[in-house]
Ligand binder design. Structure first.
Ligand code: ADP
Ligand code: MG
Length: 371
């Protein structure tokens, strides 16, 4: 059965809920019992709960799980637990089938950007906190599954990981990490973190290059994939091969755009609409458009202008008012070469190895219960 472009889960369906009891303000299990369990029962959705006991528990579990027992895996936590589940699925030898397992997200963490994005795509007016949880619970009960883009990120060590949300360097990554200590504020941790970091604004030197998405300004008219210069697929590596990325130490093809070496305040690549519950960073993003929204802010922006930018992002109007330091491009792949000796890079809000990296969009690789 279909709902729009979505495919409905079988009825009755069996869901496994992966709940991180430590996420957000530490109330995920309580919220499950008070809000989600009755809702799923009323909808006739059979489900079991799996409580994570430590970091990487969910990743290890999905790597070895018999996925045929479930029609969907639902993550009740922040974005961090979904990141584990997606990477666990793609580390399996049967990754091609495993990554097609329908996934669901219920906002139980402090960083609930994907839940906010999915809620936004459903077209209902924005809500926050527990209201967002309840609203996402209803979307889950409708059980309509849609393709979702993933982005493969290649680090300088050669490690590759998969991302569903964002890649950040500079200001946004710093706030993400430094605001961990304000997690008891819930999603307000990012607002507090932003104000703290604004007070001691840093700049980072680096180089950036990207492959524009077809149809955007300067976009390539053809697929720039050349199998003879793409990364040789290592036999031990699971997940789809990258077709747009030459090795990190090799020059980029001619149809890439190089941004000159300079000082940046931030680089942010987003593939879904929301950076946080209340930050609509890429308003015209959709679940599986294959587009990476690349934003960067160059040095020289005033604190007041940067604050205005983040305030405008709450309504998603930051691209309407021109700011000479903010650049936005729709891209299919990118390469970042940080030159400052120290800094933070995050993927979906999780810290990764600092250094050069490149990324490529894989359109509709995952399956997500969405509106
Ligand atoms: P939040 O948005 O509140 O940060 P996340 O889902 O991002 O919530 O989870 C934060 C981190 O907690 C993730 O890196 C996850 O691996 C880790 N984690 C999962 N289960 C547990 C647990 N039982 N105890 C501690 N950390 C956990
Ligand atoms: Mg998190």
């Amino acid at each position: 059965q279909r709902l729009g472009d979505g495919v409905l889960l079988p009825c009755p369906c069996r869901m496994l809920l992966l709940v991180n009891p430590q996420s957000g303000k530490g109330q995920a299990v309580t919220l499950y019992n008070s809000q989600i369990k009755p809702m799923l029962n009323d909808a006739g959705i059979r489900h079991s709960m799996f409580t994570t006991e430590h970091q990487d528990h969910a990743r290890e579990y999905v790597k070895g799980a018999d996925l045929s027992k479930w029609d969907a895996l639902v993550i009740m936590s922040g974005d961090g637990l979904l990141y584990e589940v997606i990477n666990g699925l793609l580390e399996r030898s049967d990754w091609e089938e495993a990554i097609r397992t329908p996934l669901g997200i219920l906002p139980g963490g402090s960083g609930n950007a994907l839940a906010a994005s999915i809620h936004h795509y459903s077209g209902v007016s924005p809500v926050f906190g527990e209201d967002l949880l309840v609203s996402c619970g209803f979307l889950l009960c409708r059980a309509a599954v849609f393709p979702m883009d993933l982005v493969s990120v290649r680090l300088s060590s050669g490690q590759r990981l998969f991302s569903f949300l964002s890649l950040a360097w500079g200001f946004v990554a710093d706030v993400d990490v430094e605001s961990e200590k304000y997690r008891h504020f819930g999603s307000a941790r990012f607002t507090v973190g932003t104000l703290v970091r604004l007070a001691s604004l840093r700049i980072y030197r680096g180089k950036l290059a990207y492959l524009p998405a077809a149809g955007s300004k300067n976009g390539p008219s053809r697929n720039s994939c050349r199998s003879n210069n793409s990364v040789p697929v290592r036999r031990t590596e699971s997940g789809p091969p990258d077709s747009l990325l030459p090795p990190l130490d090799q020059p980029l093809p001619d149809d890439w755009v190089a941004v000159r070496e300079q000082d940046f305040v931030l680089m942010l690549a987003m593939y879904q609409s929301h950076l946080a519950e209340d930050l609509l960073a890429a308003p015209d993003s959709s679940l599986s458009d294959g587009v990476i929204h690349l934003f960067y802010v160059t040095a020289g922006i005033s604190r007041a202008a940067l604050l205005r930018l983040f305030r405008a992002m709450e309504k998603g109007t930051h691209l309407a008012a021109p700011c000479q330091h903010l650049v936005h491009a729709k891209v299919r792949a990118l390469r970042l070469e940080p030159l400052s000796p120290k800094g933070i890079i995050t993927v979906d809000g999780e810290v990764v190895e600092y250094g050069p990296l490149q990324a490529e969009a894989h359109r509709g690789l995952a399956r997500m219960i969405s509106g």
